[in-house]
Design a binder for this molecule. Sequence first.
Ligand SMILES: Cc1cc2nc3c(=O)[nH]c(=O)nc-3n(C[C@H](O)[C@H](O)[C@H](O)COP(=O)(O)OP(=O)(O)OC[C@H]3O[C@@H](n4cnc5c(N)ncnc54)[C@H](O)[C@@H]3O)c2cc1C
Length: 199
Amino acid sequence: MALILAMGISRHKLGVPGEKELLGKGVSYCVDCDAHFFKGETVAVVGNESAAVSGALTMLFYANEVHLLCDALQVSEALSYQVRESDVHVHEGSKVVKIEGKNRVEGLTLDNGERLKLSGVFIELGAKGAIELAATLGVILDSEKMQYIVTDKQQQTNIPGIYAAGDICGPPWQMAKAVGEGCVAGLAAAKYVKAHRKT
Ligand SMILES: Cc1cc2nc3c(=O)[nH]c(=O)nc-3n(C[C@H](O)[C@H](O)[C@H](O)COP(=O)(O)OP(=O)(O)OC[C@H]3O[C@@H](n4cnc5c(N)ncnc54)[C@H](O)[C@@H]3O)c2cc1C
């Protein structure tokens, strides 16, 4: 028997009014996927870590105005310098309390009462990884974040016969990567089963 783990990941939510209601109507969890929908517009990226900062820098190629909303930046000095020297408006120490809009995102409100008029909000707060699964099955996770399942080139984990594919193996969280890894895992798992057939 072989097992392929492909349960995806669960993105961390902001948990504010408007987030759920306006998902796909200006609220996005993926700069790489949705940046091009916001050409020439004003957007905000929410998050403290490198995904948010890199996302904000990427958005400069598409949007007219980019805001980065964060509690406190937790990135390398180089990335912190890069974003502060860029045209991104960094609002450190600010929390989003509400995303506004009727049928589409129209703006957001910060905890200091400030309101930003914009049409896109990218929530880049990372994702819940596979830590529970790792504890149950004993599969090894990446050493940096301890969130994603580590595999070899055949998508096999450290446990023979257990494979993993897609978002659960870490970023980039893209369909093409998930499909490719799924294909490799499927073929390898079938080969494993054939090789270990008892009769
Ligand atoms: C809003 C949004 C927009 C996106 N846009 C794009 C885009 O434009 N282009 C792009 O390339 N990528 C995009 N992505 C990313 C893309 O969807 C993922 O990279 C891809 O779907 C990952 O595939 P996966 O099979 O690893 O996980 P998923 O597609 O998440 O599939 C995992 C499945 O496993 C199920 N599952 C979870 N736990 C269990 C369990 N315990 N038992 C049984 N089943 C379980 C889940 O219900 C789900 O059906 C987007 C993602 C989001 C959230």
